[in-house]
Design a protein around this ligand. Structure first.
Ligand code: PAF
Length: 286
C-alpha cells in the first residue's frame, strides 16, 4: 500500500490505473478511522479494482471555536487498518498543503446547505464541497463512497457532482452502529462514560419516530416525540431535530413521501449527528 502526501504522486498513480482500464474508488476521510469508514472501504473494494483512501483533517470545514485543534489524529493506526483491508493507496497530505497561500476559490452548493447542520455551521459545507472537489480533481475516481451518517453531506456532494458535471458516481453506505445503536463517529471518543451512555438516546429516539411514522402518526406528533425524547435526557443539548424530504432536505408537510428524521445533539462540547430514513407512512387513519 502506497502512503503519500504528494499530490503529484497520487495523481500519477490513479491516472496509471485509469489508463489501464481499472476502476478507481475513493473513500475520503478525516482519519481516526472506525468500522463505519472500513465498511465504505469494503464497498469500494467490492466495486472497484483500486481503492484510494484520503486522510486529511480539512480546516475549512471547521468554524471558529469548533474542534479542529482537538480533532483526533491517528495516522499510523489508520494506515495499519487500511493496509489490513487491502487498500491500494492512502493520500494523507500534510496540514497546510491543500490550500495555497492566497486560496480564494470555493465550491458552493445552495439550498441543500441552508438547513440542518448548515444552520448552525454556516461555512461547513463550503469547506466540504471545496475539499471534496479538490480530491476529485487530484484522484479523478470513477466512484466515491460516503456514509449515510452525514446524510446532508452526501446529499450536498451528490448535488454538486450533478450540477457541475463531475464524472464520478456517489455511493452512500449505511450507518454503522455500536451495540446500543450509537452511530459510529470519530467524535464518540470525546464522550465521558456518562455522556457515552446517555448518547444512546439518539438512536432510540429515531427508532421510536420510525415506528410512529409506520403507524401513520401525523408528522407534527412524530417531530414532537423526537424533540421530547432528546430533551428528556439531561446531558443532551438539542441543536436540531427535524423531519425533512429525503431528496430536497426541505421541511415536509406530511409523511406521504420518503423523508429523513435527522438530529444534532451536544453532549458537553461534543456534537453528534444521526438520522433515519422514514418510509412513506400510512396516510389513512386505520
Ligand atoms: O466526512 C468527512 O470525514 C469529511 O467531511 C470529508 C468528506 C472527508 C471531507 O473533509
Amino acid at each position: 500500500m502506497l502512503i503519500t502526501g504528494d499530490k503529484d504522486e497520487i495523481r500519477a498513480l490513479a491516472q496509471s490505473w485509469r489508463t489501464s482500464g481499472e476502476r478507481v474508488g475513493l473513500v475520503p476521510t478525516m482519519g481516526a478511522l472506525h468500522e463505519g469508514h472500513l465498511s465504505l472501504v469494503r464497498r469500494s473494494k467490492a466495486a472497484c479494482a483500486r481503492t484510494v483512501v484520503t486522510i486529511f483533517v480539512n480546516p475549512t470545514q471547521f468554524g471558529p471555536g469548533e474542534d479542529l485543534s482537538k480533532y483526533p489524529r491517528t495516522l499510523e493506526n489508520d494506515c495499519a487498518m487500511l493496509e489490513a483491508e487491502g487498500v491500494d493507496a492512502v493520500f494523507a497530505p500534510p496540514d497546510g498543503s491543500m490550500y495555497l497561500q492566497g486560496h480564494a476559490s470555493w465550491v458552493l452548493v445552495e439550498r441543500l446547505t441552508a438547513g440542518l447542520c448548515g444552520a448552525s455551521r454556516p461555512t461547513h459545507f463550503r469547506g466540504v464541497t471545496t475539499i471534496v472537489s479538490k480530491l476529485f480533481n487530484i484522484i479523478q475516481p470513477h466512484e466515491a463512497f460516503f456514509g449515510q451518517k452525514d446524510y446532508q453531506q452526501a446529499a450536498v456532494i451528490r448535488r454538486m457532482t450533478l450540477d457541475l458535471d463531475m464524472p464520478v458516481s456517489i455511493t452512500v453506505g449505511p450507518i454503522v452502529r455500536e451495540a446500543d445503536g450509537l452511530a459510529m463517529s470519530s467524535r464518540n471518543r470525546f464522550l465521558s462514560g456518562e455522556q457515552r451512555q446517555a448518547a444512546g438516546i439518539l438512536y432510540r429516539a429515531l427508532c421510536e419516530v420510525c415506528t410512529l411514522a409506520e403507524k401513520g402518526t401525523p408528522l407534527e406528533d412524530c417531530l414532537e416525540h423526537l424533540r421530547a425524547a432528546i430533551l428528556s435526557q439531561p446531558l443532551a443539548e438539542l441543536d436540531y431535530a427535524a423531519i425533512v424530504d429525503a431528496d430536497s432536505l426541505e421541511p415536509v408537510k406530511d409523511l406521504s413521501r420518503p423523508a429523513v428524521a435527522a438530529l444534532a445533539v451536544r453532549f458537553g462540547p461534543t456534537r453528534l449527528i444521526d438520522n433515519m430514513l422514514l418510509p412513506p407512512g400510512r396516510t389513512g387513519d386505520s
